[in-house]
Design a protein around this ligand. Sequence first.
Ligand code: BTN
Length: 326
Amino acid sequence: MTTRKKLLAALKQNSGEFVSGEVLSTHYHISRAAVSKHISVLKKSGYDIESSPKKGYALRALSPLLLPDEITDGLATDFLGKNEIFYFDTIDSTNNKAKELASNGVPEGCIVVAEKQKAGRGRKGRSWFSAEGDGICLSLILRPAIPPSEASQITLMTAVALAETLLSHTGIDIKIKWPNDILVNGKKLAGILTEMTMEMDAVDYIVIGLGLNVNTPLESFPSEVKTIATSLFNETGRSYSRVGIIKTFLHNFETLYISVQERGFSSIIKRWKELSNIIGKNVTVDVIGKQIKGVVKDIGDDGVLIVMGQDGHHHQIISGDVIVNP
Ligand code: BTN
């Protein structure tokens, strides 16, 4: 542990109480000036630390940033986030960065997070808006031992992990819309972008990109998404710790990821169905420009959407955009 981390840990341990500069300097064998320098770096990283010439330093609030040290502090995972978390203030897209890192061989479980994306991407070449410091833009690097045909199951699984996370943090009525949207009251709260590279018939890596609107006020959304998007803040009127949400999500994700690899996708399909708002609904599914209208009958054990079409045929849809008809 670096000296700065040790100083921060000492301030955290004394939760809000002052710790004198002298005590810190003696305990960590550094000068008072060095203590003060470390404290000012921590303040620059967003930690709210009160300094008093007589009493020393007191931690008033943690940094609001998505700092790797905060994400890993008490993180209850075995491998996810345990290798390296790459943090960026601004980046084009965390998925782009994660793909670059994965191609360069970083191990499974590495994570990319950013406060702001300049060119965040959604599915089907759409863009993804995220207000600086208000949302979560995060990409996971995975190297599962599964055939490429099963990769879409990881997307569905991610939606379950995220929905469970948001339910436990907020209690609001979170729904999954096939395949990868998280909705509240019919508005989009989060999206998932899965990108894969394969070698022969095995997965080389999968990048799972997650965009979640956390503390974004409705006014901050661009006009074209204001009517279709929402945030946790907008739904509940309160702000959430983004780091807290990330920690729970990583834990939930890892648990399900292990379960899917050990017991198959059918181990979580029941929960997916409970959280999904689609079975029995009248839908129009856009499959590469072709419209299929009908009623959703089920989700197959392999994650395909099964629609009984108006044409009387059962359609098994691997990928598409669903519109729920009134
Ligand atoms: C969608 O709903 O179409 C998917 C949106 C995914 C957005 C996230 S934000 C983090 C990661 N980086 C990106 O460029 N996209 C994903």
